[in-house]
Design a protein around this ligand. Structure first.
Ligand SMILES: *Cc1c(COP(=O)(O)O)cnc(C)c1O
Length: 393
């Protein structure tokens, strides 16, 4: 998708060069690192051998994309990214397919979201198809880093930062795109127990008219302190609540789902709507799409034969959740995202009490488990669905 070029302030007198993957220059690392023992992997800590980087300035446009040995970036200390945070990112994963080929999951959706995030903080625009070609090349070069084990993958972090060297409070007319990779194992090892959530409404992650619907770096740091407070009280994650009605928005940096027995004894699968306070997760969309496909008979989710899932994107308040919990109508609850895929929710701390949700053997309930299994099967190219899994061999 070409979304045009030109600087963010609309002041360019000429056409700066578009992002062009055919200009790529690859410099291989002279010494490759020893692959870590997959068992020892801690999320986000292991650097691979190479990175992708390309710079933009308003005069020349996008420069020569480079894949080069992983290492520090040198920037002017006045760079906008250090002061006003026009920084945006994506989180995606490469998986090993049945023939050993690297595969991506719905990568065009990540590219489109990255472009929307960049536009939200007035960063220079770029051709997302060209960026995807560059990312695929990086993954090919680094493919030995994708652990070929169930539940393992190579996490990909494409990033765009504003590099305008000025303290003037204005859009950054210079930018840098870079992408780094890190191998990762299953989020949960061994026995999966439910994640405990603390409902928090004094601090808000996102608000109407705010930026919570975009993947901006500036959305995350304000959550660190409340997260630390929640952890001190013994909770794993924050359940972000909004407004006087205490509407559920997200869990940490994951989307929230709740399966409820409805008045007809059937299953409602509910997640909050994309009203600008919810990050439009690709795993969220995939979960909704698979649930609808299951109910329409297009796919059969393992273990859910004959169970119709009625999907709802609607507001869910804490008062309603407490009532559903008291009535014993909550079947299961889980959160979803690229890193975790699907994680069960075990309890929700709210108003001094703990709403304990149904416990299932192995952690996930039947719906969460079916989603988890199906998503992994599609991501690793073992099950076909739409054009979600893309080989980048
Ligand atoms: C990235 C992210 C998600 C999950 O999005 P996916 O595309 O499924 O990985 C959910 N919430 C927040 C706040 C996020 O940053």
């Amino acid at each position: 998708m070409a979304i045009g070029n030109g600087d963010a302030n609309g002041t360019a007198q000429h056409t700066p060069a578009p992002l062009d993957a055919s200009k790529l220059v690859v410099t291989h690392s002279s010494e490759l690192k020893t692959l870590p023992d997959p068992e020892s992997l801690v999320f986000g800590q292991q650097q691979t051998d190479h990175m992708l980087i390309v710079h933009y300035d308003p005069k020349n446009g996008w420069g020569t994309p480079e894949i080069k040995p992983y290492g520090p970036i040198s920037l002017d200390p006045m760079s906008s990214c250090f002061q006003y945070c026009p920084n945006v990112f994506e989180g995606m994963k490469a998986y090993v397919g049945p023939n050993g080929e690297p595969r991506l999951f719905r990568p065009k959706d990540n590219m489109a979201r990255l472009a929307r995030s960049a536009a939200r903080v007035a960063l220079p625009t770029f051709d997302t198809d060209q960026l995807l070609i560059l990312l695929e090349r990086l993954i090919q070069i680094e493919s030995r880093w994708i652990p070929n084990l169930p539940g393992y993958s190579l996490y990909i972090r494409p990033t765009v930062i504003g590099t305008r060297a000025s303290l003037g409070v204005a859009a950054s007319d210079s930018a840098c795109i870079y992408a780094i990779l890190t191998p990762c194992g299953p989020y949960f090892r061994g026995v999966v127990k439910g994640v405990s959530l603390l409902g928090v409404s004094e601090s808000v992650r996102a608000w109407p008219g705010g930026t919570g619907g975009h993947k901006l770096g500036l959305n995350y740091a304000p959550g660190f302190l409340p997260q630390r407070v929640a952890a001190k009280q013994g909770y794993d994650q924050i359940l972000w609540l909004l407004g006087e009605e205490e509407k559920v928005t997200e869990v940490g940096a994951m989307n929230f789902f709740m399966a409820v027995k409805n008045d007809n004894g059937e299953v409602d699968l509910i997640t909050p709507p994309l009203d600008g306070t919810i990050l439009p997760g690709i795993t969220r969309d995939s979960t909704l799409t698979l649930a609808k496909a299951h109910t329409s008979g297009k796919v059969t989710l393992h273990g859910l034969k004959g169970v119709n899932l009625h999907t709802f994107e609607r507001a869910l308040t804490m008062a309603e959740i407490a009532k559903l919990s008291d009535e014993g109508r909550i079947l299961e609850s889980f959160c979803v995202g690229t890193a975790v895929i699907v994680a069960p929710v075990g309890k929700i701390g709210w108003k001094g009490r703990d709403l304990v949700l149904p416990v299932h053997e192995g952690g996930l309930g039947p719906i969460g488990k079916a989603m988890w299994e199906t998503l992994i099967a599609i991501q690793t190219g073992r099950q076909e669905f739409e054009d979600w899994s893309v080989s980048c061999a």
